[in-house]
Ligand binder design. Structure first.
Ligand code: VG1
Ligand code: CO
Length: 557
């Protein structure tokens, strides 16, 4: 193999956020922008982690993935990687990359995606690196990569032609091999191991159960038909927006009540189906809806955990432990307590769950941001979450005769609240604020924290604790600090502020509000009404309007 050494210069600002490096696609299309980062990554890894090794490459099908695939393949070859497994047409969902890395015992893999951020020439692109157990690279590595982007001087590129990614098969270039793989096969096999497909099929083939899955023209379009329709017997019409498009059909592929509007309208419309779900750009997020009913992600993970042992074969000996990200509601904590399971609270971002899973301490976990998953892979997994919910509904209805009333999604959630109490939860996002104002607000909040003490009164609430969340990984002792300002009150209510680490422009302020309600007679209140006093308190103590100039959030979930 002929390796060319291309001279280059450092480029500012290539620091990864919560989940990889994300920028406007035009930024990535500048000369050597992507190539620099990829070479910096190889400069950061110990050679034994990639030399003569196997890497996986895939993405969500967004604009620029085709060009990016060629750049990444040639630099991987230039750095001595022996083999690269690429999803056909460059397609692999984030959880599928994780699954392929694990199954093929690869050294790691690249994911070309900016997840739920919009795609197309004017929008976002992103790149993420996952390690050998399929987990997102830890901060120790991403910090090193950033350091190397500031001193890089040359890029090693193999002199090979563009690789044909349109058909399956193996191509050799000297001692370097490219294998184009089916994006669905390994992942589907794993799903069949985890779930009882015949149980799910028994539900999806009932005439009295109607199911709809909205792939939002994103990567799960490639998975939905083979899994839900071909394997599980759902009707052909049950998959909406099922063709992955480079710009997601001008959509914003984020499965929440604001951006998955089409699905929400169907599920709240006349003659609504019994079950609706959607996934994001790269297939790691999920939203679950019943007929006129929204399941919050914080409740969703708690309900999956509470029912997993009975309904999902993979968990038949019970989950090993449960975990959530810090801003996620405490609904899962209550399940862990009742089931007497080890429980962990980690910072925002899936990378913090991986060590716990590798150490055998954690089986099921979730984030309030529509991320749910388990140790079957090392990423959150949208289709897994849908299959988990279908398994629970199927299990609870398995003895129902035709014509008998089925137990619905709403029934399952309400019964869960009756047993455990309800954690009212909402998140307000203020997207693309001026960075300066947002940063000043965070300074103001930190200052408030440093002056506050237990017992302080905030209206009707009494402070239990205020801090900027710090996490020490129980497995490797690594520390993540300043992960979000929290105010926790004596009744368990919480107000949390963070700045997003996934945006590509300005600053996004996230405000998380939670309040626990044991009284069943109040469980049917609207979350916004129930949380109003806390939300008002959060806005006044943060002076959010003054600092950001925003009257209203851009997204409420
Ligand atoms: C957001 C979410 C976080 C999630 C991350 C990646 O991060 O809050 O929970 O893990 O996105 O999700 P931030 O820093 O913007 O709040 V995805 O679907 O982009 O991989
Ligand atoms: Co995503």
């Amino acid at each position: 193999l002929n390796i060319k050494l291309i001279p280059t210069k450092p480029i500012e600002g290539q620091k990864t956020g919560t989940s990889g490096l994300r920028k406007k696609v035009k930024v990535f299309m500048q000369d050597n922008y992507l190539a620099n980062w990829i070479q910096a990554l190889f400069n950061s890894l110990p050679p034994e982690d990639y030399k003569d090794g196997v890497l996986v490459l895939g993405g969500d099908g967004r604009y620029f993935n085709r060009e990016a695939s060629q750049i990444i393949i040639k630099i991987a070859a230039g750095n001595g990687v022996a083999k690269i497994l690429v999803g056909k047409e460059g397609i692999l969902s984030t959880p599928a990359v994780s699954a392929v890395i694990r199954k093929r015992k690869a050294n790691g893999g690249f994911i070309m995606s900016a997840s739920h951020n919009p795609g197309g020439p004017d929008y976002d692109w992103g790149i993420k690196f996952n390690y050998s157990s399929g987990q997102p690279a830890p901060e120790s590595i991403t910090d090193k990569i950033y350091g190397n982007t500031l001193s890089i001087s040359e890029i090693k590129v193999a002199d090979i032609p563009d690789v044909d990614l349109t058909s399956l098969g193996v191509t050799k270039y000297g001692n370097f091999t490219v294998e184009v793989v089916d994006p669905v096969a390994d992942y589907l096999e794993l799903m069949e191991d985890v779930f009882d497909f015949s149980l799910i099929r028994s539900l999806l083939s009932r005439p009295d159960f109607r199911f709809i899955f909205d792939a939002m023209h994103a990567v799960t379009g490639a998975y939905a038909k083979p899994i839900f329709v071909d394997k599980l017997g759902a009707g052909l019409n049950s998959v909406a927006n099922g063709v992955p498009l480079e710009d997601f059909g001008h959509g914003h592929p984020d499965p929440n009540l604001t951006y998955a509007k089409d699905l929400v309208n169907i599920m709240y419309g006349e003659n609504a189906p019994d079950f609706g779900a959607a996934s994001d750009g790269d297939g790691d997020r999920n939203m679950i809806l019943g007929g006129e009913f929204f399941v919050t992600p914080s409740d969703s993970v708690a309900i999956i955990a509470a029912n997993a042992q009975e309904a999902i074969p993979y968990f038949q000996s019970g989950p090993k432990g449960l975990a959530r990200s810090m801003p996620t509601s405490g609904a899962l904590d209550r399940v862990a307590q009742k089931l007497n399971l080890p429980f962990y609270e980690v910072p925002t971002g899936w990378k913090f769950f991986g060590n716990l899973m590798d150490a055998g301490k954690l089986s099921i976990c979730g984030e309030e941001s529509f991320g749910t998953g388990s140790d079957h892979v090392r990423e959150k997994d949208g289709i897994w979450a849908v299959l988990a919910w279908l398994s629970i509904i199927a299990y609870l209805n398995k003895d129902k005769k035709p014509g008998e009333q089925l137990i619905s999604v709403a029934d399952v959630v309400k019964k869960h609240w009756a047993t455990y109490g309800r954690n009212f939860f909402s998140r307000y996002d203020y997207e693309e604020c001026e960075s300066e104002g947002a940063n000043k607000m965070v300074e103001h909040l930190r200052d408030l924290v440093s002056r506050s003490k237990a017992g302080d009164k905030y209206g009707n609430y009494v402070l239990h604790l205020a801090d900027d969340f710090n996490y020490t990984d129980p497995v490797d002792g690594s520390v993540a600090s300043k992960q979000g300002v929290r105010f926790i009150f004596t009744d368990g209510s919480r107000i949390i502020f963070r700045l997003s680490g996934t945006g590509s422009a300005g600053a996004t302020v996230r405000l998380y509000i939670e309040q626990f309600e044991p009284d069943v007679s109040k469980h049917n209140l609207d979350a916004q009404a129930a949380l109003k006093p806390l939300i008002d308190l959060a806005l006044s103590l943060s002076k959010l309007k003054d600092f950001t100039g925003r009257e209203k959030p851009t997204v409420i979930t």
